[in-house]
Design a protein around this ligand. Sequence first.
Ligand SMILES: Cc1cc2nc3c(=O)[nH]c(=O)nc-3n(C[C@H](O)[C@H](O)[C@H](O)COP(=O)(O)OP(=O)(O)OC[C@H]3O[C@@H](n4cnc5c(N)ncnc54)[C@H](O)[C@@H]3O)c2cc1C
Length: 389
Amino acid sequence: MKQYDVIVVGGGVIGSSLTYYLSRLGKKVLLVEKNDLCSGSAGATDGFITPHTKQPGYHLEMALKSCEIYETLAKDLETDIDLELVLHCGGIQACEDEMQWKLVSENAEQLSKSGLELYMLDIGEARRIEPALSKKLRGALYSPIASCVNPMRLTEGYVDAAVKRGAEVSFHTEVTDLIFDGDRIAGVHTPRGDFYAEYVADCCGSWGSRIAAMAHLNLPIVPRRGQIIVTEPMPRMLNTVMQTGIYPIIKFHPERIRDERVFRLGLAWGMEQTKDGTMLIGGTREFQGFDRGNTVEAIEAIVNECCKYVPAVRHMNFIRVFSGLRPKTPDGLPILGRVRRAPGLVMCCGHEGDGIALAPVTGKLVAEDIVYGKTSFPIGPCSAERFLN
Ligand SMILES: Cc1cc2nc3c(=O)[nH]c(=O)nc-3n(C[C@H](O)[C@H](O)[C@H](O)COP(=O)(O)OP(=O)(O)OC[C@H]3O[C@@H](n4cnc5c(N)ncnc54)[C@H](O)[C@@H]3O)c2cc1C
């Protein structure tokens, strides 16, 4: 019988982070993934670490905790994998007009109350930081602490560091059901055999509610598709990571959008330049089930939107498009920690568009919850119980 302390289900950035932090605390961990590492959204995402795109209050405070961990992460992991982590490249939220400027200014005021350093810059000042921005814009919010990372390298880095500490990994191993010992979850069934553990952690992102359902829990995690365009490698052109001023509305309050197409596509422009020079230009927030296709309508809309903010995009060559699924919960917070109603199960999913930013703090806190039964930063607001009645 194969017995572990914890079985982590899902080889995305979240499962990899949790596997690493558990291994660091001396636990015997098995990571199981139905496909390959990064085959979920960890392999189809931007790499923004942007606290200013979080909800004011708890969500932002959690993101700031994650930023603290990112400061020394590359060294702490003791891996040879280059995470392509660029600390403090800065983040821009560009305002097209007075309406966006007002919206972003109000949001900035709320975010600043949680201690986040932010500046509202007129377009002249903003262009000194990010010359690629159009002169026609009203201005921009600037966050000096914003950073970026290569999400696939990050995931690989976590797994590498965990394996060096004794973790085992099984790819192409789908969890088809849970094993119960009385009321307690005691392991997982897979086509490769049964594996047993004291805890099973659901790190399945958009598929997280399926594992929860195996434990007879009805948890509301739905996939929210994001389509992205990739350009050919370009000479260094962007200093920061950038988004549109209406990003917080599209992300957290889509019901306020009046334009039918913007609402349906969840159209929110964003852009970054990767280490190898390619531009990642997004994006959408669509509810299309588990469909990971790309559509002409969305790609055309993204390009048109992007040219308003960064006119140089008109002259770029695109080499491919991709889409990924953000695991969305109704209140925008992930679902984390042990579940009273399902002993042995640990939830660790539902990060929507924040999983890269929140991966370090998530892995650390959920590992603490499993090992010590308490955490160094509260995870109560993320408990599964908020959705179970
Ligand atoms: C277009 C786009 C842009 C984004 N940009 C950003 C950004 O800039 N910053 C940021 O912080 N976040 C961003 N995100 C969000 C981020 O990518 C996600 O929050 C994060 O990747 C979720 O990670 P995960 O590990 O929970 O899920 P996933 O990476 O989806 O991993 C879940 C894994 O579980 C596996 N799995 C499912 N069911 C089973 C099973 N039964 N058995 C075994 N394995 C199973 C899947 O194969 C998958 O590999 C973006 C997302 C998208 C789509």
